[in-house]
Design a protein around this ligand. Structure first.
Ligand SMILES: CC(C)(COP(=O)(O)OP(=O)(O)OC[C@H]1O[C@@H](n2cnc3c(N)ncnc32)[C@H](O)[C@@H]1OP(=O)(O)O)[C@@H](O)C(=O)NCCC(=O)NCCS
Length: 154
């Protein structure tokens, strides 16, 4: 049976490893991301804050005791929006063998439930434009394109 649970500091190493797998997956689309980030000082601090802090959390999907995916979210304060709390889905990754079985949907729904309990009214995420399967997945889960991020090399 596949279940979800809140990640704790004991999961740090596995989350770093899964984040690395996500970075390697995204490397097929772009070389903009630092593949060593999760294991560097900044990455480790991000995960420690995620696992210990009050404004961020991660959920792990597991089968038996084995981690098969995770999602991370953080809550930000905005100053210019009508509703000033905004959550960001920082990462979502499901192990290859478990994709297409509803695990990603399960994690997104659970993240949304936990955010609603905290009275957060909106959830945002960034996806690499070329990762069309992920964008399709998010659209099936109720997201729509709201803003575009445009970048250029200088
Ligand atoms: C994108 C991702 C999180 C979706 O989770 P999932 O558990 O595979 O998705 P679900 O089973 O809940 O939903 C299935 C839908 O997801 C989409 N999807 C995206 N990648 C898929 C994959 N590799 N296999 C199957 N479905 C995939 C399809 O639209 C699918 O719908 P369909 O069954 O009608 O074709 C997961 O496939 C994944 O981790 N991919 C690699 C990393 C990634 O892209 N992360 C998002 C970064 S922004």
């Amino acid at each position: 049976m596949i279940t979800t649970r809140k990640a704790t500091i004991k999961d740090l190493k596995e989350l770093q490893a899964f984040h690395k797998r996500l970075s390697l997956f995204e490397a097929q689309f772009t070389n903009e991301f630092n593949l060593g980030w999760a294991y560097g000082e900044k990455g480790r601090k991000y995960f420690e804050k995620l696992l210990k802090g009050r404004n961020a959390f991660a959920l792990i999907a597991q089968e038996g005791g084995k981690m098969i995916g995770y999602a991370a979210a953080s809550v930000k304060k905005t100053t210019f929006r009508r509703r000033n709390k905004l959550a960001v889905l920082d990462n979502l990754f499901i192990a290859d063998d478990y994709r297409g079985k509803g695990v990603g949907t399960m994690l997104v729904k659970e993240i949304e439930k936990k955010l609603k309990e905290r009275k957060v009214p909106r959830l945002q995420l960034f996806a690499v434009r070329a990762n069309e399967r992920a964008i399709d997945f998010y659209k099936k889960n109720g997201f729509s394109e709201f803003m575009s991020i445009l970048e250029t090399d200088l």
